[in-house]
Design a protein around this ligand. Sequence first.
Ligand SMILES: [Zn+2]
Length: 402
Amino acid sequence: MNDIDHRVSGNKLDLFHQQEEGAGMVFWHPRGWELYRVLEDYVRARMRRAGFREIRTPQLLARSLWEKSGHWEKFGAAMYSLADAEEGRALCLKPMSCPCHVQVFNQRVRSYRELPVRYSEFGACHRDEPSGSLEGLKRTRAFVQDDAHVFCTEAHIEAEVGRFCSLLRAVYADLGFPDFKVALATRPANRAGSDETWDRAEDALANAARAAGLQFDVLEGEGAFYGPKLEFHLTDSRARSWQCGTIQLDFVLPERLDAEFVSERNERERPVMIHHAVLGSMERFIAMLLEHHEGWLPVWLAPEQVVVATISDANIAYAQEVMQALDEAGVRSVLDSRPERLEKKIVDAREKQVPLLVVAGSRDERDRTISIRMRDGQQVTLSFADGVGHLRLAARQTCAHA
Ligand SMILES: [Zn+2]
């Protein structure tokens, strides 16, 4: 493992660990879970603004549902199953949330007037990956997929895809990935649906991507059997490519799971389903963030944004006052009041890759100032209110606005 490996950061920064009893699973530690939650909350807010309603669906469902959806046939070998002895049937842990979202859509009769219906979920998924393929957070057996689905008509596809392309571009820029490649995966030899349907679907994806100002390569024959997709490949600081976002059209699952709506002509019709993911897997994305930024997460993502370091015990009350003001301003800070020299505290904050440090000394207390030390060693002393305001801004500024 080299020192850019996210597993090294995970250990050094005390973010998470893995152990044999839970191979392919993650034990998140407080700092790691803070990072996870910051990322999740950010995506949640973005999705809400993009018109998605968040839902939560079960992890364990009868195998019959997975047989009906077609996942058992395709994914069965990677699905964890167990027997429900009392009911005498097999249950499976979900490998993805798609069929569950159709169940929510199907709970009442839908009118064309309601479409598009948009659901998102941070879906806890399990896949039985071979032990040899497990790799830290990059490849796990338990992961959370930021899964989202739109139920709409063919006429909506272009606008819906365009809206999501813009969302992806904005999110990736905020997270520090201005560079990404887009690929359009087209109809495979073995596929469901007519050629006319595929023509329309591929055109709609291509037009929407172009309208969003994206250039893309075409991957002939690489689409899923149920529809074409756009893949978003992020380029990291070492020029490696990570597939994260997807936009996938699906004409098959609504058919298999009997999704329908009442059309303008008062007839029952099948909606089109669009599968969306922004990050793909939360765990894998965090691995990428750690490797891309070499552990130095941008301030807005850092689990601990500020270390408030005292010079002596006499300054603890002032340090706590600063921390409370920072907390109220939405800045995540931790106290370092150990009986150590300030230099040692600065070194240790760097070691933990905390981007900002506030020195709470007697002079600051007397003058009611806040002395901020940046990652590059620059220092600035501001009035209390200005200092809090400065840190508040630094803590919120995403990479796109830095
Ligand atoms: Zn899906």
